[in-house]
Design a binder for this molecule. Structure first.
Ligand SMILES: Cc1cc2nc3c(=O)[nH]c(=O)nc-3n(C[C@H](O)[C@H](O)[C@H](O)COP(=O)(O)O)c2cc1C
Length: 333
């Protein structure tokens, strides 16, 4: 097992990138880190079963430059969660998060994710067990409620139970999860966003760190939201329009906006390094970079070249050169 020094003290609540299965793998996170040096990045949800029985290098390995980084766990057995949290800490994760927001049927069958919001006592036991096993912060990501739960009192009762364990950071995806009849994708779009409910939680519990998640997709929204929350967690917009992360980094931390071409250079070196160490295909990383030029002339050409040519490219550099020359041609046309 490798020895890593934790950086939990470096975590700022202001900005984080959401855990997203199949999207926020290590390559995506390395890319996002180039756009935002300070955002807290999250892994995809990883189940306790996978961690206890699986290939840890594949599941948990990450690059040192990804710090600060949180591991999101899926599970509902205190003992397994404690074991997994400890393994995560030993791998160098700066925060361990419990998923109480995923509504997928597969996850419901395993009795974890959003359906845990019905069982605050069990969640409190899980959090306690995890806290006893690690010295890094243990946090919770949840919805504002599930199905026909009352609007605010349900959320408050859930949070207060967990607050009593000493867990003080909650990421609130500010819409309910409807556990029957909606796909996970629909569950991110159809239940209405209720920032007022998440804001009331912060107002009534000022000592808790409350991070708002869900639909925060423009710079203009931030000034209106920040008085009510300690920070924001960005999901789809960060993935589809990664430049948004650079703009948020600039807004929150004053970091100068990066140069897209320098980022491409860094990513090119990274991809070659990963190819040599682990035989990683170019596409595994470039698939996360399709949105880098979104909103600019040539963005479509960039996307098309990266999306279409990555499998055949001799090297990342050749692929990027080809994509960039297409942009130049497009801009000259
Ligand atoms: C492809 C995809 C996968 C997701 N996987 C997870 C996950 O593993 N764990 C989790 O807590 N939320 C997951 N989510 C939900 C996001 O973390 C986030 O809560 C949601 O997208 C709302 O934020 P947004 O409007 O900024 O995208 C996923 C979302 C997407 C789009």
């Amino acid at each position: 097992m490798r020895k890593v020094i934790q950086n939990s003290s470096l975590i700022s609540p202001l900005l984080s990138v959401a855990p997203m299965i199949d999207w926020t793998d290590r390559h995506c996170r390395y890319f996002h880190r180039q756009l935002s040096p300070n955002a807290l990045v999250y892994t995809e949800m990883i189940t306790t079963g996978a961690i206890i029985h699986g290939d840890l290098e594949k599941l948990l390995g990450f690059h040192g430059n990804e710090h600060p980084i949180a591991l999101q766990l899926g599970g509902s057995e205190p003992e397994d969660l404690a074991k997994s949290a400890k393994i995560g800490m030993d791998w160098g994760y700066d925060e361990i998060n419990l998923n109480c927001g995923c509504p997928s049927e597969r996850v419901q069958k395993g009795s974890f994710g959003a359906c845990l919001m019905r069982e605050p006592d069990l969640v409190a036991d899980c959090i306690k067990a995890m806290q006893d096993a690690v010295s890094v912060p243990v946090t919770v990501k949840c919805r504002i409620g599930i199905d026909d739960s009352e609007d605010y009192p349900f959320l408050e009762a859930f949070v207060e139970k967990i607050d009593a364990t000493g867990c003080s950071k909650f990421i609130i995806h500010a819409r309910k999860a409807w556990l029957k009849g909606l796909s996970p994708k629909e569950n991110r779009e159809i239940p209405p966003l209720r920032y007022d409910i998440a804001a009331l939680l912060k107002k009534n519990h000022p000592d808790l760190t409350i991070i708002l998640n869900g639909g925060v997709n423009s710079l203009e929204m931030i000034d209106g939201l920040m008085p009510d929350f300690d920070g924001v967690m960005i999901g789809r917009e960060a993935y589809q329009n990664p430049w948004y992360l650079a703009e948020l980094e600039h807004k929150f931390f004053g970091t100068p906006l990066p140069d897209r071409f320098e980022i491409i250079e860094i990513m090119s070196d990274y991809i070659e390094e990963r190819r040599q160490i682990a035989g990683m295909p170019i596409h595994s990383t470039t698939r996360h970079m399709l949105g880098l030029f979104n909103g600019l002339r040539g963005a479509k050409k960039w996307r098309q070249t990266l999306g279409g040519e990555a499998h055949a490219a001799a090297s990342a550099r050749t692929l990027f050169d080809q994509a960039l020359s297409q942009i130049t041609l497009d801009c000259a046309a």
